[in-house]
Ligand binder design. Structure first.
Ligand SMILES: NC(=O)c1ccc[n+]([C@@H]2O[C@H](COP(=O)([O-])OP(=O)(O)OC[C@H]3O[C@@H](n4cnc5c(N)ncnc54)[C@H](OP(=O)(O)O)[C@@H]3O)[C@@H](O)[C@H]2O)c1
Length: 264
């Protein structure tokens, strides 16, 4: 069995869930933080994974992604720091009585605060385990199109939806990206807590939680922040599989330090 170990945040969401399933099928050891552990295990069993696979390869940590102790337990399954972190955290849209901002989010700073929590947890782990100097993990986060500083990555027909209706969720994603970018910009390599970061900006997500229902990661249009792939939608299972194939399996390959835009 490979020594790769992957920690997941937001694994009951369709994108990260698909990455988790592919990681289990590849034989990797996986830990996942879940607010409702039974929700995650039911999703996995419903996709045909066996209970023995879950018992052998999966550690589910009951907790919250903004709690440092819960995050540390997820990053240190069996006492050893994981080699990859996948974050697909997000809030749920909530309607509100406002003409200017009719849509908000039940958890408007979950992405930014969990990014800070992961860094704090890693800092404490490195301090507490300084004697063994654990290898730094690579982090991949799932973000969104519509927040780029580069060329337009949202098709014309979706710009109102993106820039007005989804403004609250997008502000959180911007902050998360900025926290991680600033951390990795530290010129002192020893002070960086991650060996690399890969950003994934997906277009509007479709589909649910079932890795078997995508069209396949190789059907996706893939761009970068500088040359984005522009499209309307992308299926969650395909985003998750792309992350598995291009980031987890290949140790990020050419994507390290970059942002991928994914659409179908
Ligand atoms: N909707 C779109 O069209 C779209 C487009 C581009 C990008 N995105 C972003 O892409 C990412 C992945 O989306 P998705 O649809 O695959 O997943 P999702 O349905 O948004 O799932 C969000 C995940 O975050 C977890 N979560 C939220 N708050 C938490 C907390 N405090 N502690 C622990 N877990 C928490 C949820 O757990 P529970 O099961 O406990 O709720 C769930 O697993 C999200 O960030 C989403 O905003 C969305």
């Amino acid at each position: 069995m490979s020594a790769k170990t992957v920690a997941f945040f937001g694994a009951t969401g369709g994108c990260a869930n698909a990455t988790l399933v592919h990681s289990l099928l590849a034989g990797y050891e996986v830990s996942a933080l879940a607010r409702t552990p039974s929700k995650l295990t039911s999703q996995l069993l419903a996709q045909g994974l066996g209970q023995e696979t879950l018992d052998r390869q999966l550690t589910v940590v009951h907790g919250d992604a903004t709690n440092v102790e819960d995050v540390k337990r997820t990053l240190l399954p069996n006492g050893k720091l994981v080699s990859f972190i996948v974050s697909g955290l997000g809030g749920a849209p909530v309607l509100q009585m406002s003409i200017r901002q009719p849509l908000t989010n039940d958890n408007p700073d979950i992405c930014a605060s969990s990014a800070e929590t992961i860094l704090k947890a890693l800092q404490e782990i490195h301090t507490e385990h300084a004697a063994t100097a654990p290898e730094k993990p690579l982090l991949v986060y799932i973000s969104t199109t519509g927040i780029s500083n580069g060329p337009q990555d949202v098709p014309f027909g979706f710009r109102f939806l993106y820039h007005v209706l989804l403004a609250v969720a997008h502000e959180d994603k911007r902050k998360m990206e900025s926290i991680l970018r600033l951390h990795m910009a530290n010129p002192n390599e020893r002070e960086r807590l991650l060996r690399g970061v890969v950003g994934v900006r997906a277009s509007l997500l479709t589909g649910g939680v079932d890795y078997r229902t995508g069209k396949g990661w190789q059907t996706l249009k893939v761009g970068t922040e500088e040359e984005p792939a522009v499209g309307y939608t992308v299926a969650r299972p395909d985003v998750g599989q792309w992350i598995f194939e291009e980031v987890v399996k290949k140790d990020a390959g050419d994507w390290i330090g970059k942002i991928a835009t994914l659409t179908s």
